[in-house]
Design a protein around this ligand. Sequence first.
Ligand code: FE
Length: 160
Amino acid sequence: MIPVSAGVPAEIAVPAMPDDDRLWVQQAEGVWFRPLMLNTVTGQWCNLLKVTRAGIVSRHRHPSAVFGYVIKGKWQYDEHEWVAETGSFVYEPPGEIHTLRVPEDCTEMITFFNISGAMIYVDEAGNQTGYEDTFTKIQLCRDHYGANGLGADYVDQFIR
Ligand code: FE
């Protein structure tokens, strides 16, 4: 084997869909995420988003590109005509502002997202109401895993 340079971070290879439901971290009513990679150097993070209710999930702006792959169910952005369904790939360009909605005939959607920088939450006028980044995600995981028995440091395996 060719030796790997010192300082190269460890790889991550895990079943994306967890056997243990405790891995899903709640971020809002009916909205959950499962962390896969939380990068504190580049600000990128990868996670599964699970929504178990219909309706608006959030309205947000992306400063950087987002890549998604729908694993289960379907969802749409009110600003666009298309519906992302099971098996769909989605590219969200930087600068996009959109309102994520799960349609009434979908009881559960799960989507892989690769996000960089931040999710900037906005109101109907486009004013910022909140944000998330890799660090707020890490903190949510620490709080959730600390409280449910996995231990706050369970998230460390996903941090790079
Ligand atoms: Fe988005």
